[in-house]
Design a protein around this ligand. Structure first.
Ligand SMILES: CC(C)(COP(=O)(O)OP(=O)(O)OC[C@H]1O[C@@H](n2cnc3c(N)ncnc32)[C@H](O)[C@@H]1OP(=O)(O)O)[C@@H](O)C(=O)NCCC(=O)NCCS
Length: 186
């Protein structure tokens, strides 16, 4: 086994300078506020959103549903967990009564009293419709309502789509960090 280092950017947005746009979700989609009973739904959509993405190479927890459950339990049991800024996104198709979970976001307050976004994920089949942007704005509204002036997140430099999304919204890179990750040679 060898170690590789993934370049990651810490990004920040000043919420005092940012008017959070009011976006309407496309038809059939709705937000669901955090509820302890929904941990499994968050874990499942986290897994589906991340398992085939670059961050599954950086963080082994994303490669298995059990890893995602552990991650969600760890985040949501912390004293700095921001339940109000933690949301699911659900979808109900026009011809079906079945409701499916398509997105997830969590947030914490960090030691610098900033909102800290954790691992936003949208199911691959529901991307490029503005849902990631809407989910992020939903969380930012509650972070701002808490009186937190700044919000931060971390993104892997190779995650071009996510990086472009955050830059477009006004997040700026404040720090570069290198995350070691074991690479298993089969
Ligand atoms: C990053 C991620 C959450 C973005 O979700 P998304 O729902 O596709 O995000 P959006 O639709 O808001 O934005 C993506 C693109 O769709 C475009 N878009 C927005 N609304 C649109 C619409 N109504 N119709 C078509 N395209 C639209 C955006 O302009 C954006 O384009 P860009 O690539 O030029 O920036 C998603 O790709 C994902 O889950 N990735 C895997 C997990 C991950 O890496 N998460 C980030 C960890 S830091």
């Amino acid at each position: 086994m060898s170690i590789t280092y993934f370049k990651r950017f810490q990004m920040e947005l000043d919420l005092d300078q940012f008017e959070i746009p009011a976006l309407e979700l496309p038809g059939g989609y709705r937000f669901v506020a955090w509820n302890d009973n929904d941990l499994e739904k968050h874990a499942s959509i986290k897994y589906q959103s991340f398992c085939n993405e670059i961050d599954a190479n950086v963080f082994s927890c994303f490669r298995e549903i059990e890893g995602c459950r552990r991650l969600l339990r760890e985040i949501t049991s912390r004293s700095n967990f921001l339940a109000d800024a933690t949301w699911l996104l659900e979808h109900k198709g026009p011809t079906s009564e079945k409701i499916i979970t398509v997105g997830t976001i969590q947030a914490l307050v960090d030691v610098q009293q900033r909102g800290a976004i954790q691992n936003i994920g949208i199911h691959p089949q529901h991307r490029n419709k503005g849902l990631g942007t809407s989910l992020l704005f939903k969380s930012l509204n509650y972070i701002k309502a808490r009186g937190l002036q700044r919000v931060m997140l971390e993104v892997t430099s190779q995650n071009i789509g996510a990086l472009r999304l955050y830059k477009r919204l006004g997040f700026r890179i404040i720090k570069t960090v290198y995350k070691p990750a074991p690479i298993t040679n089969y």
